[in-house]
Write a protein that binds this ligand. Structure first.
Ligand SMILES: [Zn+2]
Length: 115
């Protein structure tokens, strides 16, 4: 017998980049929608609930896409986090961009502490 997760995954369309896209009803943002436990919910949140034990009824806990592809519900592309964690990670990404664009000295190191 197949599990609910296997059944849901079998409904998706696998893309070349590894994403599994929800081809059925979607909201304006492109998130897949499914009726689950008496409510219409986002499929990627339902998957995060089944795989990662995300609390579906707590809007502060987010199911985030690593792939930035809203209709994707591939479990390995989804991670659970809070809004503030999401912002913190965006902040870190911004920092990395900053360091990439910082001029380096002749040794290829960041000029810091006078070396
Ligand atoms: Zn994806």
């Amino acid at each position: 017998m197949r599990t609910l997760l296997e059944i849901y995954l079998s409904w998706g369309i696998r893309k070349e980049n590894g994403c599994l896209e929800w081809p059925w009803s979607k909201d304006k943002q492109g998130y897949g929608k499914i009726y689950y436990k008496k409510k219409v919910r986002s499929i990627h949140r339902v998957i995060a609930h089944i795989v990662y034990n995300l609390d579906l009824d707590n809007p502060k806990i987010k199911a985030l896409h690593k792939c930035d592809n809203p209709p994707c519900f591939e479990p390995s592309h989804i991670k659970v986090g809070t809004q503030s964690l999401n912002m913190f990670q965006a902040h870190l990404r911004g920092k990395r961009e900053h360091w990439k664009n910082t001029p380096k000295n002749s040794k290829g190191r960041f000029t810091k502490n006078g070396n």
